[in-house]
Design a protein around this ligand. Structure first.
Ligand code: C2E
Ligand code: MG
Ligand code: MG
Ligand code: MG
Length: 286
């Protein structure tokens, strides 16, 4: 009987595997075609500076609408793109597209672009970044690159070199999803980050009964002592906002302020928010 069950399970497993592998192959081939077929786009989510209550930055987030599968989440296709190496050309497209869009925004608004560890290790990275900035006519100090803790795991020295080169160019570096990876506090000291983005999972239960504010407080304090700003990711409620603000968080991002926006809606939002009252008065008077 045990044997029978085993075979049954095996066959079921095999069928499941088939479907999964089929789906995976569709994604793999779809990725390559998608770039030529214009199926990728970027959306932009504002980051709010809590001191000035203004938008400081927009994070570019990749979207894919596959011809048959419909909308595929980056959480699903980015790992596949990383495995087959396709994240390098795809990531280059993202970088160029994001810089092009940002060049049309008010000059005090930065653009944040997510970098995969695979891209980060590519020997062409510096050249690709430099060219994206040049071609868009975007100043390097308007670009933030978001990387995750995993980039520090393998070639420590090379990662440090790359970070120093990027920062010397004037680019800011953010540590994304902080607290979810293999974070070691010593990394924060060793690596020159400008910003720590506290992962959404820590913000989620803030304002609820069993909120774990100690970690958030500690990260904000650590950031402050290392001269890094801190962003709370995934702020959805007023209670979460109040809590992270009370503990000295410098920036927030989340559905409470805005969902990711199309390029048109992003430009619209920025043109509504950006003009200073002074500038408006001057324009009217002249
Ligand atoms: P991430 O870089 O941490 O981006 C933030 C994610 O949180 C985005 O999901 C955003 O839509 C979502 N989010 C923002 N505010 C809220 C909120 O208040 N509540 C909730 N529930 N979610 C919120 P998205 O766009 O699905 O992206 C998921 C992840 O995929 C990103 O996480 C990033 O790791 C990766 N990703 C997206 N675009 C790119 C890209 O161009 N390149 C690379 N390498 N990775 C990307
Ligand atoms: Mg990010
Ligand atoms: Mg993040
Ligand atoms: Mg996150």
């Amino acid at each position: 009987r045990a044997k029978g069950d085993g075979r049954g399970n095996y066959r079921f497993f095999e069928k499941g595997m088939d479907a999964a592998m089929q789906h995976r192959r569709t994604i793999e081939s779809g990725l390559r075609l998608g770039l030529t077929r214009d199926e990728f786009s970027l959306v932009y989510q504002p980051l709010m500076d809590l001191d000035s209550s203004r938008v400081s930055c927009m994070e570019a987030l990749l979207r894919w609408e596959h011809s048959e599968l419909g909308v595929v989440s980056p959480v699903e296709f980015i790992p596949v793109a990383e495995e087959i190496g396709f994240i390098v050309p795809l990531g280059e497209w993202v970088l160029r597209e994001a810089c092009r869009a940002a060049a049309a925004w008010p000059s005090d608004i930065r653009i944040a672009v997510n970098l995969s560890p695979v891209q980060f290790k590519s020997h062409r990275l510096i050249e690709v970044v430099r060219r994206a900035l040049d071609d868009a006519g975007l100043s390097a100090d308007r670009l933030e690159l978001e990387i995750t803790e995993s980039v520090m795991l393998t070639d420590h020295d090379q990662a440090l070199d790359t970070l120093h080169t990027l920062r010397a160019m004037g680019i800011r570096i953010s540590m994304d999803d902080f607290g979810t990876g293999y974070s070691s506090l010593s990394y924060l000291r060793a690596f020159p980050f400008d910003k720590i983005k506290i992962d959404r999972s820590f913000i989620e239960d803030v304002g609820s009964q069993d909120a774990n504010l100690e970690i958030i407080k500690a990260v904000i304090a650590l950031g402050k002592s290392l001269g890094m700003s801190t962003t709370a990711e995934g702020v959805e409620t007023e209670a979460q906002l109040d809590a992270v603000r009370a503990h000295g968080c410098t920036e927030v991002q989340g559905f409470l302020f805005s969902r990711p926006l199309s390029e048109t809606d992003a430009a619209d939002l920025l043109s509504r928010l950006a003009p200073l009252p002074v500038a408006q008065t001057t324009r009217k008077a002249s």
